[in-house]
Design a protein around this ligand. Structure first.
Ligand code: UDX
Length: 449
């Protein structure tokens, strides 16, 4: 099938590349001409494992094309995936202006019937507005449009794997024909007829993905409901961690036992600095906003958001307690990305920590395997190091903010020899207190005695 992808951010690129790998012909466009130039030249503007390989293969097989001319891309595909950004506005509401702009462009540029799919995360009832906008901007006697919602559940860092091996594919549609078209698009994924770079073509047998056909309103709600629930779970684990500290219990023991109950599940119960990234914080806010707008009390989500913001304060209490004075101390931030295996620093807890450390007059040093370039633009006053051991030389304290494998494997005996003071505050509960203490470290983490 010929598909169009509008918006070459991480969702658009992963969607476009993986659907091309599944055999479709994909035409991608973006308002950022520089990004299109890069993509045409074979460069990948974001760091996402396996994405470069999938794109390269699709390019070589002439299955994916990039153009800065939206009209060209719109006319090329029978089905259009809208993958543009929906950032939060000042009041937390999702900013849907990019969706509106794209709807207008599609309505005016299309010359044949199109199925228009919302892939960007949008609040419920956006589909209704999209139908209206497409009709309003169509010239008299213009082409026919159908609309569908197909939310993505991709995690950054494992997005390619998630796309090829989904738990569920949700399609919100208004009629059976649209459901069949979406079924055709995803058939190669459901039947595993694609080259999987994650498993080098030898994917382990697993349960097949569920292909769920719902209404458009339900599909839109499913995305926000899922992400908000996961955020809620993390905040719950974080409050348990605070309780453990007061009571003298161990959050890992508690959450492990909780997670063995299949009704609870073990994922997303890791306590620490809390969630960041461009999905959870903004989706939570947008869901709170939507609920308020339609008159539904969703107080528990506000509490989850509050708990998450307080993680940074709790971390600072630990830093103050251990260091006493922060001013002029050399403090090393291990990890800038909001989670490992991505260069994304949007809403990363490390940023808020750096901002506060700088405010208090610390000499801040930082290291991250992928995100230094992006952080430099935000905090030029920080001293960046590629090598964690270099960063830790002469340090008064190390703060673990992102649990990259390279940081999990730090040889603290070696690092400790060059630090001014052996102090580690672990924001991700990665190291073992006993082992750190045996090496002479003053060590703190969340919720562990
Ligand atoms: C999330 C959803 O998982 C994905 O389905 C959706 O499509 C987009 O949002 P992502 O933002 O890539 O994906 O990250 P995820 O792996 O879910 O982690 C989000 C944040 O929660 C990270 O900051 C992570 O460090 C934090 N987290 C996660 C915890 O603090 N504890 C946990 O137990 C799990």
């Amino acid at each position: 099938m010929r598909l169009t992808v509008i918006g070459c951010g991480y969702v658009g690129l992963v969607t476009g590349a993986c659907l091309a790998a599944a055999g479709h012909e994909v035409y991608c466009t973006d308002v950022d001409r520089k990004r299109i130039d890069q993509l045409q030249a074979g460069q990948v503007p974001i760091y996402e494992e396996h994405l470069a390989e999938v794109l390269e293969r699709a390019r070589a097989e002439r299955k994916i094309f990039f153009t800065a001319e939206a009209s060209e891309a719109i006319r090329a595909g029978e089905v259009i995936f809208i993958c543009v950004g929906t950032p939060p506005r000042e009041n937390g509401e999702a900013d849907l202006s990019a969706i509106d702009r794209v709807a207008r462009q599609i309505a005016t540029e299309a010359r044949s019937p199109k199925l228009v799919i919302e892939k960007s995360t949008v609040p419920a009832l956006t589909g209704v507005q999209l139908v209206k906008a497409l009709a309003a901007y169509s010239p008299p006697g213009g082409v026919k449009f159908s609309v569908a919602s197909n939310p993505e559940f991709l995690r950054e860092g494992t997005a390619v794997e998630d796309f090829f091996h989904p738990d569920r594919i949700v399609v919100g549609v208004g009629d059976g024909a649209t459901a069949s078209t979406l079924g055709e698009i995803y058939r190669p994924i459901l039947e595993r007829r694609f080259y999987c770079p994650v498993h080098a073509g030898l994917c382990p047998a697993g349960p097949p993905a569920e292909f769920l056909v719902t209404t458009i309103n339900s599909a839109e709600l499913i995305k926000h409901a899922s992400n908000s629930f996961l955020a809620l779970k993390i905040s719950y684990a974080n409050v348990i961690a605070d309780l453990c500290e007061r009571i003298g219990a161990d959050v890992e023991e508690v959450t492990r036992a909780m997670g063995l109950d299949p009704r609870i599940g073990k994922e997303f119960l890791r306590a620490g600095l809390g969630f960041g990234g461009f999905c959870f914080p903004k989706d939570l806010q947008a869901f709170i906003h939507l609920s308020a707008r339609v008159g539904v009390d969703f107080e528990i989500l506000k509490a989850a958001e509050r708990v998450n913001k307080q993680r940074i304060d709790r971390f600072f209490e630990k830093i103050h307690k251990a260091l006493w004075v922060i001013k002029d101390k050399k403090i090393v931030v291990l990890g800038l990305a909001f989670k490992p295996d991505t260069d994304d620093i949007r809403f990363a807890p490390a940023l808020e920590i750096i901002r506060k450390l700088l405010e208090e007059g610390a000499a801040v040093h930082a290291t991250d395997p992928q995100a230094i370039g992006k952080a430099k633009l935000l905090f030029p006053a920080v001293c960046y190091h590629e090598d964690p051991y270099e960063a830790l030389r002469g340090a008064d304290a190390a703060l673990l903010c992102t649990e990259w494998k390279a940081f999990r494997e730090i040889d603290w005996e070696r690092a400790g020899q060059t630090m001014a003071r052996r102090l580690v505050i672990d924001g991700r509960d990665v190291y073992q207190r006993k082992a750190m203490q045996q090496l002479g470290f003053d060590y703190d983490s969340f919720g562990r005695p």
